[in-house]
Design a protein around this ligand. Structure first.
Ligand SMILES: Nc1ccn([C@@H]2O[C@H](COP(=O)(O)OP(=O)(O)OP(=O)(O)O)[C@@H](O)[C@H]2O)c(=O)n1
Ligand SMILES: C[C@](O)(CO)[C@H](O)COP(=O)(O)O
Length: 382
């Protein structure tokens, strides 16, 4: 039996209101879309995913986000969810699978056993969906007033993935005259039975910003705090620019080193690699390797942050102290914080950059070099 899952990712997330569609926002360091895809695939029974996206640029982005997973070429969706599902089904019509699952890319968590239970139900029914019984009292209302109470007995909230034998779902979409908010509704309209299986509160759909906060909170018990420190020193010399935390500072001397010698970013990298227990910057970017000669150290910090993401972690806070008499760091500290926050992809409120002197003592006191020490805290899957 060939089973393809449509991963519905063509929505704009207007109710969420972010700059980008919510399915590309990160949850524990990975896009929501990636969570949804992995959850579907690890549940068993799905042969491949078909991402349905808003346009060609999103297609490339989705394919990058889903790299390494069994995926067909992304298909362009439509103006409504129904139009997007139809586009996905039509793309499969020339070599139809036996079964198609339709899943919201905005649902990052899938309780184990959902897909096998749906597939079992398809032995008897042409369609099957997970749904939660309504537990709150339901009111019909308008203009801020209750019109009446709606009996909730026998009412359910439909979730995804919804599973269908391919042919009846395609027929139902082709015959549809009304807009439906899920696919089961189209089978119902065609007079076909759809099985109702138990859903789960954990299978939440990220619709509003508070849903993302809820999703993050539900992950916390599965994450462990990790902490790392970093320390670095570079010599001050003539004839080199002074680059600290990715910001070029006007100064008669610059830092010497194999790369651009950005001592602040190097200490931050080591703090992050340390929290990951993944060695140090020299292990990832050996000073013996000529490709890193005069390299821009922002690439090193992006790499370190990327490792956190790859491990399914969250970079929570970083704190950096630059140690030198001159230049004075305070006038540049805000620009440095902003640059580091941008490179790490975290809010600036979680980035600290400060400085101290050594009271004219030692090599930093004599102005021979600049030292930096950093700490980073992460949350990593237990
Ligand atoms: N034209 C559309 C609209 C929605 N979806 C997808 O269907 C799922 C459920 O829809 P919803 O949560 O409503 O997402 P959006 O349409 O993006 O949100 P909004 O209605 O707030 O704009 C999402 O994964 C969304 O990307 C889609 O593929 N094509
Ligand atoms: C398909 C769905 O997720 C089932 O609950 C839901 O109907 C999608 O509705 P939306 O308005 O497109 O979020």
């Amino acid at each position: 039996m060939r089973v393809i899952a449509l991963l519905m990712a063509a929505g704009s997330g207007s109710r969420f209101g972010a700059e980008r569609p919510k399915q590309y926002l990160t949850l524990a360091g990975r896009p929501i879309l990636r969570h949804a895809a992995e959850a579907l695939l690890t549940d068993g029974g799905v042969n491949a995913l078909l991402p349905v996206v808003a346009g060609p640029a999103e297609g490339q982005e989705a394919e990058a986000v889903l790299a390494g997973l069994p995926c067909l070429r992304a298909v362009q969706g439509g103006a409504t969810r129904q139009a997007s599902v139809r586009a996905g089904l039509e793309a499969l019509a020339s070599a139809p699978p036996d079964v198609v699952l339709v899943h919201d890319a905005a649902r990052p968590f899938l309780p184990a056993g959902t897909v096998p239970a749906l597939l079992r139900a398809l032995e008897e029914f042409p369609g099957a969906i997970p749904a939660q019984p309504v537990s709150d009292t339901l009111k019909a209302g308008a203009e801020g007033r209750i019109l009446r109470t709606v009996p909730r007995a026998g009412l359910f909230r439909a979730q995804t993935p919804q599973a269908f034998r391919f042919a009846p779902l395609l027929d139902a979409h082709r015959a549809a005259r009304e807009e439906a908010t899920d696919d089961a509704a189209l089978l119902e309209a065609a007079g076909l039975p759809v099985a109702l299986l138990p859903g789960s509160e954990s299978n939440l759909k990220v619709t509003y910003p508070e849903d993302l906060a809820r999703a993050e909170a539900s992950l916390l018990p599965r994450l462990l705090p990790a902490m790392g420190t970093g320390f670095d020193v570079h010599r001050l010399v003539e004839g080199r620019p002074l680059i600290l935390c990715g910001v070029t500072i006007p100064h008669p001397l610059g830092l010497d080193g194999h790369s651009d010698a950005d001592v602040g970013l190097h200490a931050l990298c080591d703090a992050i690699y340390g929290a990951l227990a993944e060695g140090d910057i020299g292990r990832h970017f050996p000073p013996s390797d000529m490709q890193w000669k005069d390299a821009d150290s922002t690439a090193f910090l992006r790499h370190a942050a990327g490792r956190v993401t790859a491990r399914g972690g969250i970079l929570t806070h970083v704190d950096l102290t630059l140690i030198c008499e001159r230049p004075k760091i305070a006038p540049h500290a805000e620009a440095m914080r902003a640059r580091v926050a941008e490179l790490l992809g975290i809010p600036v409120g979680r980035v600290s950059v400060k400085a101290t002197t050594t009271e004219r003592l030692g090599f930093t006191g004599r102005g021979e070099g600049i030292a930096a020490q950093a700490a980073a805290t992460l949350l990593l899957p237990a």
